[in-house]
Design a protein around this ligand. Structure first.
Ligand code: DOR
Ligand code: ZN
Length: 346
């Protein structure tokens, strides 16, 4: 029996598209299924000003193949020098939908990120006033803090005090990976949401480390133990509108991943929806998939859900997904869920 599921067309609330040849290679993988995406600004150099975001948006639209439709929702990379008026103008014009906070050194291309959060108060106050969301990479970078604890420590020592000081700030805690992250987002007072990636719903740290180091499962925040993955699954399938999809699909070419100092990032754009249908089916929650992929995010960002739909079909035998996609910047390995997938977007 063939089962099918039709849902509103999804959006991706956290995506890395890169630039140049890599952008051209990966953009169709997202645009094939997703209508919109919050586009991360961690280029080299980063997208800091409204003018830079407008130029980057132009390059994305120029890279979109004929006949494909896609709306990039631009973000700005927050630095200690960010000009609150420039941020407000970029938001007012409809260009910029969020501002991204990377603690300096937390992840790929975060060297220009924030060292002293107190310096951000003027711009964060302005964002609270105009209702512009702050997307946060929530990990401390203190060398003494174990990498598996960095998200939980960030919540206690940075996020909670920050939200206490600026209670009107709309915060999205991105790519949460821990039960502590889930509990904070679900329970905290005020305007908070959390995105969850596809890969963090599927893998735990054993996938990364047992039986040989698997560089294509290395991402940041790093996958945690199984009980955390299961907490993420419960959150994603709960129907709570504070949780929604941000894939954090983050392409690096194979040379950069398969290296003595490999880059962080899982590239999931190609098979994200097949993976998510698998997870939601395993959890007996296919009825909650549409909220997670297509409804909670737009509501959070003050946008309407997409008008059109996609249909996922469940096949009786496994469907094939390419192992890699070819880009002008080299081959990029597609996320391997580690087991067969049966769902496919028609
Ligand atoms: O795994 C990751 N890759 N995490 C991030 O925060 C950044 C991203 C990237 O840009 O490659
Ligand atoms: Zn990211």
């Amino acid at each position: 029996m063939t089962e099918s599921l039709t849902i509103r067309r999804p959006d991706d609330w956290h995506l890395h598209l890169r630039d140049g040849l890599m952008l051209a290679g990966v953009l169709p993988e997202t645009a094939r299924h997703f209508a919109r995406a919050i586009v991360m600004p961690n280029l080299v150099p980063p997208v800091v000003t409204g003018a830079e975001a407008a130029a980057y948006r132009g390059r994305i639209m120029a890279a979109l193949p004929e006949g494909m439709h896609f709306q990039p929702l631009m973000t700005l990379y927050l630095t200690e020098e960010t000009d609150p008026d420039d941020v407000a103008a970029a938001h007012r014009s409809g260009l910029v939908h969020a501002v991204k906070l990377y603690p300096a050194g937390a992840t790929t291309n975060s060297a220009s990120g924030v060292r002293d959060i107190d310096k951000l108060h003027p711009v964060l106050e302005k964002m609270a006033e105009i209702g512009l969301p702050l997307c946060i990479h929530g990990e401390v970078t203190t060398p003494e803090v174990d990498i598996f604890d960095r998200e939980a420590v960030f919540i206690d020592t940075v996020l909670h005090p920050l939200r206490d000081r600026i209670p009107g700030l709309k915060v999205t805690l991105e790519h949460i990976t821990t039960a502590e992250g889930v509990d904070y987002v679900a329970g905290a007072a005020g305007d908070i949401a959390g995105t969850i990636t596809t890969h963090h719903l599927m893998i735990d740290r054993n996938h990364l480390l047992v039986g040989g180091l698997k560089p294509h499962y290395y991402c940041l925040p790093v996958a945690k133990r199984r009980s955390h993955r299961d907490a993420l699954r419960r959150a994603a399938t709960s129907g709570n509108p504070r949780f929604f999809l941000g894939t954090d699909s983050a392409p690096h070419n194979d040379d950069a991943k398969e290296s003595a100092c490999g880059c962080a990032g899982c590239f999931t754009a190609t098979n994200t929806l097949a993976c998510l249908a698998h997870v939601f089916e395993e959890e007996g929650a296919l009825d909650k998939l549409e909220g997670f992929t297509s409804l909670h995010g737009p509501a959070r960002y003050g946008l309407s859900p997409n008008d059109d739909t996609i249909t996922l079909v469940r096949h009786d035998s496994p469907v094939s997904t390419p192992d890699k996609i070819a880009t002008g910047a080299g081959p990029v390995t597609v996320f391997d869920p580690g087991h067969p997938l049966f769902w496919r977007v028609t």
